[in-house]
Write a protein that binds this ligand. Structure first.
Ligand code: HEM
Length: 525
């Protein structure tokens, strides 16, 4: 080795390849060996560092929502709810002033399958937004559909196991899905959306988003309001039929990621308007459902949608892993003026997200640039794997990592408004809510669909239910019949026809896809 090429020398430019210790790498083609035929030697640090870092490139993927795409942008507030100043309902700073912009990062996703699974699958889509507000981060972790399968968080691991591939064959199985769903009548409404064309959005830009769960807003006086959030795409809404999705999948199974990335690269920035529905903070006996039940829609006729701002996505991530894979969203991440409701599913979720992220990303996941607030962070929490900076206050005595103190530690903040202190009383028990009404809205959704949507729904259900155990088919027919007698009858007739077809060995009748891509009219109001 000549002096010129000495790896500890300074003959480097900014583009010189180095290892992670900053040592310039002079030979990236050959490991060091005894003679050019080996054996290799173990003191070859460059090689050991390179290969052992490679061995650790993967972190556990998300247990759900593993496949996703992300983008940066901003949220712009309108300052009002209808004709009223928004301050009447919430004191959250990001909403108050017309035109006020807050940076955001959004991650869209599918739910069931792994990190490189096709983006054409019938599956809910995730729609998670991180707002980097002046009061710290707010995450609105939603889906494209406005309701969910279950209302009790205790059932979530079972729901996911039923939808994920079979633990023996590693293949997703409609029988396992409908085994769970037929025994969980509250899922009938969600399944009605999922097996209609609404179960396969055409891409991420042309789908709605919804917070699904009921949250609260809190004003200066400490008064709470129940609130639901909805994102409406300015690009319009498009869904795919099963046939369209099957055809697309053979050509491009990354189409949704590609569509989002390319639109932003060419300056065609996607936009969504944020709407809220607001109800007073009580149990609303006038409704035939509980406003805290995430299997239910709040119909627009009962609770109007009101615009509160818009979101523009205008910058692609510079690195997928650092920004999209390591992004960590959670329903517990709220700012002053936003609060939880007693929605049980929401409360279960709130434990689950940060718990999984401490495992998936690491205990210091909030220090990563994508997750860190864009404001001062000062905390006495310390240590843990991969801590790389100390988040102490500017004037903090660095010896004082506890509170309270007279020696110069951190001080509590002043309360920005009157605390919201709802009164809670009751027996501790394990019981479902009173107004379950598991089938009413499922029937209403079926009736509100267009003829085309109903036809697609029946066809998709029949195709998936046909190979299932007869007992599961019968339970599903009973549940659909309770939703709407015609709905149940059509599934029953479809299954009988399918059974005949299968017996006679005749080809399964492929129905024609109507248009190349379906423009959708939102019926969920
Ligand atoms: C991701 C749990 C219900 C939307 C996740 C993750 C977990 C989880 C553990 C992985 C998070 C990560 O690794 O960073 C739960 C539980 C639920 C529930 C326990 C119910 C009890 C829901 C509902 C929605 C939803 C109702 C829709 C409103 C999402 C989204 C993501 C996600 C969008 C992906 C976030 C991202 O892009 O990183 N969920 N979830 N989940 N969940 Fe849920």
């Amino acid at each position: 080795m000549s002096d010129e090429n000495n790896i500890y020398g300074s003959n480097e430019s900014e583009d010189t390849l180095t290892n992670r210790q900053g040592h310039p790498v002079t030979n990236n083609q050959n490991v060091r060996t005894v003679g050019n035929r080996g054996p290799t030697t173990l003191e070859n640090y460059d090689f050991l560092e390179k290969i052992s870092h490679f061995d650790r490139e993967r972190i556990p993927e998300r247990v759900v929502h593993a496949r996703g795409a992300g983008a940066h942008g901003y949220f712009e507030a309108y300052g009002t709810v209808g004709d009223e100043p928004i301050s009447k309902y919430t004191r959250a700073k990001l909403f108050q002033e017309k035109g006020k912009q807050t940076p955001v990062f959004v991650r869209f996703s599918s739910v069931v399958h792994g990190g490189h699974s096709p983006e054409t699958l019938r599956d809910p889509r995730g729609f998670a937004v991180k707002f980097y507000t002046e009061d710290g981060n707010w995450d609105l972790v939603g889906n494209n559909l406005k309701i969910f399968f279950i209302r009790d968080p205790l059932k979530f691991p079972d729901l996911v196991h039923a939808f994920k591939p079979d633990p023996v064959t590693n293949i997703q199985d409609g029988e396992r899905i409908f085994d769970f769903v037929s025994n969980s009548p509250e899922a009938t409404h969600m399944v009605t959306f999922l097996f209609s064309p609404w179960g396969i959005p055409a891409n991420y830009r042309m789908m709605q988003g919804s917070g699904v769960n009921t949250y609260k807003w809190v004003n200066k006086e400490g008064t709470g309001f129940l609130v639901k959030y909805h994102w409406e795409p300015k690009q319009g809404i498009r869904n795919l039929t099963q046939e369209e999705a099957d055809e697309l999948q053979g050509k491009n199974f990354n189409h949704a990621t590609q569509d989002l990335y390319e639109a932003i690269e060419k300056g065609d920035y996607p936009e969504w308007e944020l709407y809220v529905q607001i109800l007073s903070d009580d149990d609303h006996p006038e409704l035939d459902y509980d406003p805290l039940d995430p299997t239910k829609l709040w119909y627009k006729d009962d609770v109007p949608w009101q615009k509160v701002g818009k979101m523009v996505l205008n910058k692609n991530p510079e690195n997928y892993f650092a920004e999209v894979e390591q992004a960590a969203f959670g329903t517990g991440v709220l700012v002053d003026g936003l609060d939880f409701s007693d929605d049980k599913l929401l409360q279960g979720r709130t434990f689950s997200y940060s718990d999984t992220q401490r495992y998936r990303v690491g205990s210091n996941y909030l220090q990563l640039p994508i997750n860190s607030p864009k404001k001062h962070v000062a905390t006495n929490q310390q240590g843990g794997q991969m801590e790389y900076k100390v988040d102490i206050g500017k004037n903090q005595n660095p010896h004082v990592n506890y509170e309270p103190s007279t020696l110069g530690g951190l001080k509590e903040a002043e309360n920005p408004g009157k605390e919201h202190t709802p009164y809670v009383e009751g027996e501790l028990k394990r019981e479902t809510i009173d107004r379950t009404n598991n089938f009413g809205q499922a029937g209403e959704t079926y009736r509100r669909f267009s003829d085309f949507e109903r036809d697609e729904l029946i066809k998709n259900l029949v195709n998936t239910l046909a190979p299932c155990d007869k007992r599961i088919q019968e339970q599903m027919i009973e549940n659909f019949t309770k939703a709407d007698p015609e709905y149940g009858q059509r599934v029953k007739d479809g299954l009988a026809a399918k059974a005949k077809e299968m017996e006679s060995g005749a080809p399964m009748g492929a129905t024609q896809a109507e248009e190349a891509v379906q423009q959708a009219q939102d019926v969920s109001h």
